[in-house]
Each structure stands twice: as structure tokens, then as C-alpha cells.
Design a protein around this ligand. Structure first.
Ligand code: BTN
Length: 263
């Protein structure tokens, strides 16, 4: 598999690519490798994850040979506050890669979900470690999972009505090695141009399907309904709630009316 991926990359490509048949989670492995000194631009791919993870402690279904499971280690040498838009930048890179390899551009459900046909095509999990003394980012890990070859019955029952794959959307078997290479290339481009949050967020707003929609913001204590008005340059969602208050939402779960079962 690694050779197939490298065949789609330029011969002088500067990043290191690692491929493993099975891991628990490429993000967990990437964090372990980062702690052991793996350099900026270390890419970890797996054919199968036994413990694929998503945001908010959720799992990410990662069946063998059917999806793309990738994590990237970056060492951007900046304060964490300069990387607030990192998940959004990674989302754009993932959209670019799908567009190159599968011929259509997915949408993004704020903040980290790839969407096609109103269902979840993939997701992004960004994790960071900050050096307590310097306040600088020691490493950031961007994890991306994309459903590629699954048929409906390949998803767990609870996901069958809310998840979708590139195969279902395009009717074709997308080559995972090529998609992986396109993603590595678009992430490389992203990393080279990372410190331009204004232009990154301008592009992100165009791909984000949440904007203008009726949403529910779900926290541990309550669910509040409103309209997604805008996204600021740090990636936070600006919401007008039903009581008229306009507030910035930084985290938590946001359901979008019309997407995966929220009616
Ligand atoms: C989400 O749905 O909230 C994010 C899903 C992110 C999944 C990817 S697959 C590669 C990497 N390894 C993981 O354990 N998670 C990410």
C-alpha cells in the first residue's frame, strides 16, 4: 500500500509516510510517535483501526480496507492561539483531496464533519500538545477519516442512515491509495500556507453547509435552538438563538436541520 501511495507523490516529496495494516487509532499512534521525536510532516496511515476515535469521545467506524485513516504530525512552532483554525484548514484540505480523487466536492458540517448527500462522509480529529514552559505547540496531530468503499450494510446499524461513502456517492470504487496521496499533497499545501487564517476561513465558509441553517446547540445541561449566522476567523460559530441573543459557540455538538436525521 505504501508503494502505491508513494507512486502518486513527487519523487522529492519531503514528508515521511508510514503505513500500518492495523492500529488502534492512527491519532493515538501519531501522538506516541510525536512524543518519541517524530518530525514535522510525519504521516501515518492504516488499513484498519480497532479504536478509531472522533470528537467528544465518539468512535469512528474504521473497517479494514474500506476507508482512509490518516494522521499527520505537525510541529508549527507557534502558540496554540495561532492554530485556532487548524481543524477548518484540515477540512478544506480533505475537501480538495476528495475533489481530486473522486470528482466531487463534499461540504463541511461545522466544525469537523465531511458531508455528502446530507450524510457523514468523514471526519477530522485535531489534537495538540503545548509546552507548558514556552507556551508553544510541541506538536499538533490532524486525524482524517474518509468513508471510501463501504456499502450501506458495511456501516454499523446505528450509522446506516447517517453515514455515506465515496462509493455510494460516485457509484465507483475510488482508489484509496490515490485519495491518500491527494490528501497528503493537500495537507502539505495547507501546512505551507497555514498562517493566513483570514483567507483560509473565507474558503471554509464557502464549503460549510451549517451557515444560514437552523441548528441545535447541545451541551451537557441543555439544547438551544438558533440560526448559524457566521464563522469567525478562529473557526468559532456565531449563532443567533431563539431569544434573540447572538453568541459565539466554540465547541460542543451542533445538529444541523436536514443533516443526518435531525428534522
Ligand atoms: C469525528 O467524526 O468526530 C472525527 C473522526 C476522525 C477519524 C480519524 S480516522 C484517522 C484518525 N484516527 C482516529 O482515531 N481518528 C482520526
Amino acid at each position: 500500500m505504501k508503494h502505491k501511495i508513494l507512486a502518486h507523490l513527487p519523487g522529492d516529496f519531503p514528508w515521511q509516510v508510514h503505513w500500518f495494516p492495523t492500529v488502534c487509532s492512527t491519532n493515538t499512534l501519531a501522538k506516541e510517535m510525536a512524543l518519541e521525536g517524530a518530525p514535522h510532516g510525519t504521516v501515518i496511515l492504516a488499513g484498519h483501526q480497532t479504536g478509531g476515535r472522533g470528537r467528544m469521545g465518539r468512535s469512528f467506524s474504521s473497517p479494514e480496507g474500506l476507508g482512509l485513516y490518516l494522521s499527520l504530525i505537525l510541529r508549527p512552532n507557534c502558540p496554540a492561539s495561532a492554530l485556532m483554525h487548524l481543524t477548518c484548514a484540515a477540512g478544506l484540505a480533505a475537501c480538495d483531496a476528495v475533489e481530486s480523487a473522486a470528482g466531487f466536492r463534499p461540504g463541511i458540517k461545522w466544525i469537523n464533519d465531511l458531508v455528502a448527500d446530507s450524510r457523514k462522509l468523514g471526519g477530522i480529529l485535531t489534537e495538540m500538545s503545548v509546552n507548558a514552559k514556552t507556551g508553544l505547540v510541541d506538536y499538533a496531530v490532524i486525524g482524517i477519516g474518509i468513508n471510501c468503499l463501504q456499502k450501506k450494510e458495511d456501516f454499523p446499524p446505528e450509522l446506516q442512515s447517517i453515514a455515506v461513502s465515496l462509493k455510494t456517492i460516485t457509484g465507483q470504487n475510488v482508489e484509496i491509495a490515490n485519495l491518500a496521496a491527494q490528501l497528503i499533497l493537500s495537507l502539505h499545501q495547507m501546512a505551507e500556507n497555514l498562517f493566513a487564517p483570514d483567507s483560509i476561513m473565507e474558503l471554509y465558509r464557502k464549503d460549510c453547509v451549517t451557515l444560514g441553517k437552523e441548528i441545535a446547540v447541545i451541551s451537557s445541561s441543555d439544547t438551544r435552538h438558533g440560526t448559524a449566522l457566521d464563522i469567525d476567523n478562529e473557526g468559532a460559530l456565531i449563532v443567533r438563538f431563539q431569544n434573540g441573543a447572538v453568541e459565539t459557540v466554540n465547541s460542543g455538538e451542533v445538529s444541523v436541520r436536514g443533516l443526518w436525521g435531525y428534522l
